[in-house]
Ligand binder design. Structure first.
Ligand code: TRP
Ligand code: ZN
Length: 879
């Protein structure tokens, strides 16, 4: 295949022509939808006259094109790949086009497509060009008016952005609705929906007394799953008024749930489109974590109305400008709404497990990439999650109030504009007076910085010194020597021998019990004065920067921090480090052919936590009692032995289960509740503790424990408890019991695809060697479909990301399966294919045998004709 074009940030030029108004007319039909576009355009003031006009399009059948009402002959324009070029245009003109597209054939789910007979769109980042010829780039912002025409019987609901301004009946049983969006927007925020949908309505009154109509459109069978999201939307609207002073700006806010969707949801102006998995919830069908995920996504998309829509991105390199900021906003919303420490623990676990792995692999890139082949490949953990961490660091550096002044100024200065990361950071620098020049490197430098910390204590002078050395490892395209020191906020405190915080004294400063150190140099030494005894440092509290920080803690010190630190996050983190060391001890023993034993300190800490439960709130305790995941543990090793990690973790889990059996039993019993289900924080933490206890009880493989799981499965009244019990039965390989429960679950839920996704996932993630054959068999099950991204993620994604021992089977069959599926999806849905393949690209730290097998699978993919998406990922992985 010919090499695809690379796009560079440094080549940015404003568009030669911008669009003032966009009028669209859709005549909907599955195989031949007609799209007429009327664009009122004019030359960009910064570009000279006479430059050719450039429009983008893909898979369009062009039927007519005219300029200022005059049809263009073939000699006046040319089509070159995805570009349509008209050499000769005046400074201001009207362009009319008509194209035909086939939504029914659109399996890529970009542009206009059909999902269960319903029409919907996904235009971010470059899907609009599959709808009509257009300057499809975010710095072109136009006012849209859209007329949607469709069959009245089969498409009673016709939606687009903004407000309906006209509607009526047409001949042949058709009808139309015309929508007008008063806010200029880039084409990626365009949306259209048509289908047989039910609507749930409610209202929100803004702080200025305006009434907003809230509508949630779903297929009829999902009406019982709308209540929670409607509530979450109102909570988000209120929170954004209180926390950021942001008010909603249209008279209605619509959300539509669709089954086939590549990502979680999309913030189209006034008409958010959601993956049904990211909006539909009900206690019987949805686990607690599902409710919380949905609350976060509903809020995320709503928050984009300001951070993304009112102030948008100049170009796609600036993606983190809207995504990093909006993820930060949804994280803090969830923290305020539920448990702040638990939210932080969960977010950091994702970051350290998945984003750090991305940073350490062949697809590593800066928060703001400087080149790409396919921008869809950059909706990554680095842009989203590390992007959010960078915004969080800004708040750490500025303080809450100054940060809020910064966001107020940013929204005011850039409202209605398409801007860059610099505009955001410079605004923060302006309002605070802090020099953020060095801070900009966080956006430009890829890789996870390491900080090694050494201590010295001078008893005579009563001085305690910490030396911080930072460096960032090489990443593709950025050699180690090119990496510059970063501006890093390290929140910290010191504890004395009784576990009490020490009053800090640095130079002439007396910051209190806690301070934020600002590292700027490759090496820095900080001296604390008047320290009467050698303290234990608590570093990087709340994970104040996305770095790997190493301090040579003894195990006693880690146990001490678990018990006494005031920072909930660091208490959890100390426990995780201790567990990690205990697991690696066992791993080394197994590898050396010796009999492993459980570390006493870890056992003591668990014993302490189980006896002293009120020292942590229940939800934090549930986190503290869980061992680090296999994926996280693998990320801590320079050389990864997948099976040894699995066996060692299982040994530690079983040892804790056996030696603390009585406590687990008690924990289970004391957290059983009879109250009617609510996804409230209080109840969620009880269920979390109960199900952690169940997991340890079942880890012994005891008949009694499996009977308890079986009983929980049979009597549960909510999906959280049902799924936790079923997972134990299947993952602990409970034979007959597991088979019977899986059958019962299937019989009860085969009508609900989102529930069946969970059924697929828990089978795909079982550690037993049977897993691969089970996955293959399930691919033929009616609940599975390669056409639906949720099904693919539930079965194949879960297997390759969360079942390490089986994905990395020594015979390479796990890799072969993934490669086969990726090649099929390469043709039907390139975005999903390029995402799904990623586990195959992470071979660098495995042994030679596994590396060869993985590269072999990648090479087999490379030999086929690839989409741009997959091409870019595979080339990086094999470079
Ligand atoms: N902007 C969406 C978000 O809220 C991301 C998104 C939705 C997306 N659908 C997509 C990105 C399809 C790429 C392709 O994060
Ligand atoms: Zn987003």
């Amino acid at each position: 295949m010919s090499e695809p074009e690379v796009v560079y940030l440094k080549d940015y030029l404003p568009p030669a022509y911008t669009v003032e108004t966009t009028h669209l007319t859709f005549e909907l039909a599955p195989e031949d939808t007609h799209v007429k576009a009327t664009l009122r355009m004019k030359r960009h003031p910064e570009r000279e006259a006479g430059v050719p006009l450039e429009l983008f399009g893909a898979n369009l059948d062009l039927r007519a094109i005219s300029l200022n009402g005059e049809a263009l002959s073939k000699s006046r324009y040319r089509i070159d790949g995805e570009r349509l070029i008209i050499d000769d245009v005046p400074d201001a003109f009207v362009l009319d086009t008509e194209v035909v597209i086939a939504p029914e054939q659109n399996t890529a789910l970009e542009g206009l497509y059909r999902s269960n007979g319903m029409y919907c769109t996904q235009c971010e980042p470059e899907g609009f060009r599959r709808i009509t010829w257009y300057p499809d780039r975010p710095d072109v912002m136009a006012k849209f008016t859209t007329t949607v025409i469709g069959d009245k019987a089969t498409l009673p609901i016709l939606l687009s952005n903004g407000n309906p301004i006209d509607q009526g009946d047409l001949e042949d049983g058709r009808h139309f609705v015309t929508w007008e969006d008063p806010f200029p927007k880039p084409s990626y925020l365009f949306a259209l929906v048509a289908g047989q949908l039910e609507v749930v309505e409610s209202y929100f009154t803004t702080r200025n007394g305006r009434t907003v109509l809230l509508q949630l459109y779903v297929e009829p069978q999902n009406l019982h799953k709308t209540e929670f999201s409607m509530g979450a939307l109102k909570r988000a609207m209120k929170w954004d008024e209180e926390t950021y002073g942001r008010e909603y700006d249209l008279d209605r806010f619509m959300i539509v749930a669709v089954d086939d969707f590549n990502m979680g949801a999309m913030e189209n102006k006034g008409l958010n489109i959601f993956n049904s998995s990211a909006v539909l919830a009900n206690p019987e069908t949805t686990i607690d974590a599902g409710f919380q995920r949905i609350e976060g996504i509903v809020a995320h998309e709503y928050f984009h109305n300001w951070s993304g829509n009112r102030v948008t991105c100049r170009d796609w390199f600036q993606l983190a400008l809207k995504e990093g900021f909006t993820v930060f906003r949804d994280q803090t919303f969830s923290a305020d709404t539920n448990s702040a420490p638990v939210k932080r623990i969960e977010d950091v676990a994702v970051l350290r497990t998945q984003q750090f792995a991305e940073d350490a692999g062949p697809t590593a890139h800066p928060v703001r990439p400087d080149h790409f082949i396919e921008i869809s490949n950059f909706y990554t953990l680095t842009v989203y999650e590390k992007g959010a961490e960078v915004v969080r660091m800004l708040r750490n550096l500025l303080g809450k109030e100054t940060f809020r002044r910064g966001t107020d100024t940013y929204f005011e200065r850039f409202d209605g504009q398409a801007v860059r990361v610099e505009d955001f950071v410079n605004t923060m620098a302006d309002v605070s007076g802090i020099d953020l020049g060095q801070f900009m490197r966080w956006y430009e430098q890829a890789g996870t910085p390491r900080i090694d910390v050494a201590e010295e204590y001078d008893a005579e002078r009563q001085e305690y010194a910490l030396t911080f050395r930072q460096h960032t490892p090489a990443t593709p395209g950025q050699v180690a020597d090119s990496k510059q020191p970063l501006h890093i906020p390290v929140r910290m405190g010191l504890l004395n021998g009784r576990g009490n915080p020490i009053e800090l004294a640095v130079g002439n400063e007396r910051p209190g019990h806690e301070m934020v150190l600002e590292l700027r140099e490759a090496e820095e030494r900080i001296v604390f004065k008047h320290v009467a005894e050698k303290p234990t440092p608590s570093l990087l509290r709340g994970f104040s920067a996305p770095v790997i920080l190493n301090f040579p803690y003894t195990r006693e010190q880690l146990a001490f921090l678990v018990k006494y630190d005031v920072d909930g996050f660091n208490r959890w983190d100390a426990g995780q480090r201790l567990a990690q060391e205990a697991i690696f001890d066992v791993m080394h023993a197994i590898q050396a052919g010796e009999a492993p034993t459980l570390d006493d300190t870890l056992l003591d800490v668990f014993d302490y936590l189980l006896k002293t439960p009120d020292r942590a709130d229940r939800a934090v305790l549930a986190e503290m009692l869980q061992l680090p995941s296999e994926a996280y543990l693998a990320g801590q090793r320079a050389q990864v032995d997948i099976d040894a990690i699995h066996d060692a973790r299982a040994f530690v889990e079983r040892s804790l289960a056996e030696q603390l059996h009585f406590h687990w039993q008690a924990l289970y019993e004391s957290n059983v509740t009879k109250a009617a289900y609510e996804p409230s924080f209080e109840q969620i933490s009880h269920r979390a503790l109960k199900n952690v206890a169940l997991s340890y009880l079942c880890a012994t493989g005891d008949e009694d424990a499996l009977a308890l799981a079986d009983q929980q499965f049979k009597t549960a009244t909510n999906m959280t408890d049902t799924r936790a019990a079923l997972t134990q039965l299947v993952h602990r390989h409970a034979g007959e019991r597991a088979d019977a429960a899986l059958k019962a679950f299937e019989a009860r839920w085969s009508h609900d695809p989102l529930v069946m996704d969970q059924w697929l996932t828990l089978q795909a993630t079982q550690p037993h060697p049977e897993a691969l054959d089970r996955v293959k068999a399930l691919m033929a099950h009616p609940a599975f479909s390669l056409r639906n991204p949720n099904r693919v993620r539930a079965l194949i994604g879960a297997f390759s990301q969360h079942n390490h021992v089986n994905f990395h089977r020594a015979d390479g069959e796990g890799y072969a399966l993934l490669a086969d599926i990726v090649l099929q999806l390469n043709k039907s849905n390139p975005e999903i294919a390029a995402r799904l393949v990623l586990p195959l690209t992470r071979y660098q730290r495995l042994d030679e045998v596994h590396q060869q097998l993985m590269r072999g699978a990648l090479e087999r993919i490379r030999n086929q004709s690839l989409s741009r998406n997959l091409y870019e990922v595979i080339e990086k992985a094999l470079a």
